[in-house]
Design a protein around this ligand. Structure first.
Ligand SMILES: [Zn+2]
Length: 234
């Protein structure tokens, strides 16, 4: 199967696009704050840069105070960072890029509804069409792990198998995409799906879509809509 990122020639940011990737991550951070998905310094964003690097937000800085030059470049193979101290969750981002060659961007948030479901450690079933298309047939909860730990990298990759997102038990959420616009869309859909799930449970219980239909809808999104969903080179 071929697809975006499969051969290194169809990426949003190639090896020579570091400046554009830095600016895209900076702008995405501001967008996350403005849309209420992150507060202050909680959360982090990365994009894949060419074949073996990523650009990620720095550790413990308010997104609104960051410039493109503050972003940190991390080698995916060695974990060496240049240009500053990367987010403490950099190992989680790195492990996702290594495990999933098609992923081009990863967004970690502590958004409100996702955090509530993560606290209850409930897997969100296929509650809404749009949620299912972008996120996948369900939103699993990765087992609890200390932020930044090696265990965190393993539980997240496992929980995201066949999906573009997962919850982190008692912590927050991770959303991914083949491009940064797709990962941001996934973060919004994830939060919407969690909120609908919580409220549907209060209305007598969420009624999920059939698992096969949910799986098929996600596959259609990944294949049929791949070009338009990926946005384009910035
Ligand atoms: Zn976090």
């Amino acid at each position: 199967m071929s697809g975006p990122g499969g051969n290194g020639t169809d990426r949003e940011f190639g090896d020579g696009d570091e400046a554009a990737a830095r600016e895209a991550v900076r702008a995405a951070g501001v967008e996350l704050v403005e849309t209420g998905l992150v507060d202050g310094t909680w959360g982090n964003i990365s994009v894949r840069l060419g074949g073996d690097r990523m650009v990620i937000t720095p550790s413990g800085r308010d997104y609104r105070s960051l410039g493109a030059a503050d972003m940190v470049v991390v080698d995916l193979r060695t974990a060496d960072a240049s240009g500053g101290k990367p987010s403490t969750e950099a190992p989680m981002h790195r492990s996702l890029y290594l495990a999933r060659p098609a992923l081009g961007a990863v967004v970690h948030t502590h958004s409100a509804a996702a955090s509530t479901v993560a606290a209850a450690r409930r897997e969100v079933p296929a509650v809404l069409d749009d949620f299912v298309q972008v996120v996948g047939p369900s939103l699993r909860v990765a087992d609890y792990a200390l932020p930044g730990s090696g265990r965190m990298t393993r539980v997240v990759v496992r929980a995201m198998a066949g999906r573009m997102a997962c919850l982190l038990a008692n912590h927050g959420a991770v959303a991914a995409g083949r491009s940064l616009p797709e990962a941001l869309l996934c973060a919004r859909m994830l939060e919407k799906g969690c909120r609908s799930f919580i409220e549907a449970e209060f209305l007598g219980g969420a009624v999920p879509l059939h698992p096969v239909e949910a799986w098929a809808m996600h596959q259609v999104f990944l294949h049929k809509y791949s070009r338009t969903a990926r946005g384009g080179r910035r």
